[in-house]
Design a protein around this ligand. Sequence first.
Ligand code: FBP
Length: 606
Amino acid sequence: MSHHHTAPKLASRIAETSARHSLFEEEIRKLPVPVCSVFLGETGSIRPTAFTETDAVLQSKDHERTAEVFPLTVGKNRNVVLVATPPQTAEKVTGKRVAVLFSGGPAAGGHNVLAGLKAVLGKHNTLLGIKKGPKGLLNGDLFEITCRQTETIVNTGGFDFLGTDRTKIKTPEQFEKVKQAVLKNKLDGLIIIGGDDSNTNGAFIAEYLEREGIKCSVIGIPKTIDGDLAVGKYLPISFGFDTASKIFSELVGNLTQDAASAVKYWHFVKLMGRTASKITLEVALQTKPAVALISEEVAEKNMSLDDIVNYVVDTITDRRLRGINHGVVLVPEGLVEFIPEMRTLIQELNKVLAEYEADIKDLPTLKNKQDFIYPRLSPQSAQLMASLPEEIEEMLILDRDEHGNVKVSQIETEKLLIDKIRYRVSEIKRHPEKFFGKGQGKFEATPEQIEKIKSLSLSTQSHFLGYEGRCGKPTPFDAAFTFNLGLTAGSLVLAGKTGYMAVVTDFDRGGRALALPLSGLITGELRKGKPEEVIEKSLVELSSPSFKVFAENREKWAHEDLFSSPGPIQHWGPTSKQIPISVALDQGYADYKNFKLGEERKIEFE
Ligand code: FBP
């Protein structure tokens, strides 16, 4: 029979699709990438740009202090923003060696930054990859990235080509090791693809190398799915946000439809994004769920854990009275840090843990640690801590990242809320008259309504969407954005600039490549109880157009099923060129349907 003959062929065809050769990956590699016009020479080929000063100066609130911390950098760049301009001469810069690393959590588009770098450096300069993040730099784990390798990774997702880690370079020994790696590999440029912490690190390395008299450009690239690395008009968003929020939107869109189909579940979805609720806001604008909690609003309105629980329970009962017994609730990853009483608890814990780090580490059991910590907290915090489920308490005590932050992604906030909400609903069911009697709650319920509330059965499902959004195939926008970020960063190194972040802005007008002085972005923040230099996180602003549009519509979305399902990330077709809705609103773009980042180019590596 014929399938006996075709089977081996098909089997080998499947083997051929291993190692980034799936049918999809083969096709996606062939896609052209839009290139901002400033990077295109007369013949239409890619070329590095020059940079000129603009009138804009970046100044953080702590600029006097940062000028003291980064005297050489600020002395040279005066915190002036640079803009990419066509090169003045046709003369090519050659023989430069540039190394690049990923730092922190993965984000889709990282590989296209490497592709952009490779394209702009061309064959007369060398691009080196650093394996496994900052740690790889300290260990001198560098290798040359070839054209063949770049061809295989272009337009693919993830950071897997190099790997990443969260090592923070802060001790004198570590800086010395960086210096050795730069000297040994004869580096003219070091490119750090990372978030706020990694770019702050970049600023310190730039200053240090300058002080040591070593000529090596240090350039940062804004990466993080969280969307918290953004600088108004200068940097609408970091790369990876678009892909992650579209993947989450697709999945939440599916859940809203499942909710309305099965008509029995309340889905509680925690969304990654660390501190900022930017991802949650974007997903809410895309999917229109029954409830989306925004941490920044919780903090602004001083909402307690009980207030939040009541807010969700009000929506649940309200929908029940309208005959709807299902819904979707979005919970931002960082919520607990924004609930005032939780925030105080975390701050107190941060202090105690920093002060007694070694003692606490030595204590063998959780119980021992609790006995040590509790008396060192304020009575309110100790009481709150005791009311939390044990797993959450454990997380708060034991799990800290390299920077001493609580690992918010590990806290099961969605389950904490479900627990408290179920308890509250059971109370309401038992004593509806207490909540909806005359002069009691929000309104006086009719006997019929009381019966409906009594029959409320709450079935919940919890989800955490995080890791599945960080390494997806970059959306067309992220693919284009990152390639142009690579072109910008490579041009900065060839132009001999140091201590800048390469950015691309004006997504609706062909793109504008800029260099932001890192020292102009840095302020002071309390870390492990001590002030430290950091790049200020960009959070959801309640006065922003994106939040206002959400706030104006959410009541409608709570009362009825008005959800929309954005569908899978479309690489082809009429919906494939979208910019995040929240970014388009906040930047004042006329529409979000089509980004414009230049002319499409089939990218070839020679
Ligand atoms: P970055 O800012 O480093 O890009 O982190 C993104 C992120 O995905 C956060 O949203 C999340 O809180 C964290 O990483 C999870 O960290 P880890 O990868 O160590 O589990």
